[in-house]
Design a protein. Sequence first.
Length: 389
Amino acid sequence: MSQNHLDTTIFGEPAPDEPRRRRHQRRKRSRGRRTIALIVAVVLVGVASVTAFTLLKPLVSSIVGGGSNEAEDFPGPGAGDVDVSIKAGDSGETIASTLKAAGVVKTRTAYLDASAADPEQSAKIQAGTYTLKKGMKAIDAFTMLTNPASRKGGGVTIREGLWATEVYALLSKATGVPVAQYTQAAKNPEAIGLPASAKGNVEGYLFPSTYEFDKSTPAAEQLKAMVALTIKTLDAAGVVDADREKVLTLASLVEAEAKLDEDRPKIARVFLNRIETEGLPSYGLLQSDAAVSYGAKRRSLFPSQAELEDESNPYNTRIHPGLPPGPISNPGRASIDAAAKPADGPWFFFVAVNPITGETKYGVTLAEHNANVRELNAYCKANPKDCGR
């Protein structure tokens, strides 16, 4: 090779004397190759994305919605009757699963969305058997469950504020199980799941709800189901084990004295103020007529003078300071929540100035309270039957 020969490229670039046409062709081919490579890359990414979506969609759906597209709903109205049983204490999630398994609703989420839109009605769904249709629109199924008239017969409803003896009578009437068997079952705390803090007293733990018991269900099993619901409600209200008895006792007083839900937290506060605030002429005394009547074992809005003066009655809160020795009734969820989270307020007195509507007025001073009592007396004078006189 001649020593005068020079390489015509420097670091891959054409030498200055290379013809312009050749440089242009090389650049054009280079751009073409880059364009093709880019197109191929885009196509590969697209294919990978579609493949991943196709493969992962069922997995995501199964995680979020139990194996189906939870946003779907039947168009309704449905066809073919199917009986669905709702048990006492069933959560919205449990009900949704029950309905989906029965083919009533297409997805759990469709029902849960309908339930979440009306939490007040959702909380009122009673235990029992309902005749629904397969393929219903979720909102239609929810509406039927919230209507007590949709429930088939056979259940027994225990309302709030009943005494244990009254609960036994209702259960016996509905199931045919003798009252004596309930009384006997209540004497075995462990068999019915009664916590140690109850000290063997079932009063307060028989949760008000609708139950489907029959004569084949032993008395102990029935009471156990009711006790379990009370404990579940206490736990949901954030009540620790050590405070269960106190909260239930206060809740039973609230249940006996309040008619409107809006008054329950206020009445709970009045009771606590009375037993926790020193300096009152009646410091420590709850002065609950409902407690006096419970101890006297006589249902009455107004205890007799002899009952009010009976020192042997441990539930006589006009004489004995502090909370009574135990619950005086079986309170419902609203009263338990009120006792667990009382309202803030300075009141020491309250009185229902209208026993029928439940209108209640509160007082901070005795003078305010006396004025409210005069209003009640005027009402009772004009409507003696409303006051049980």
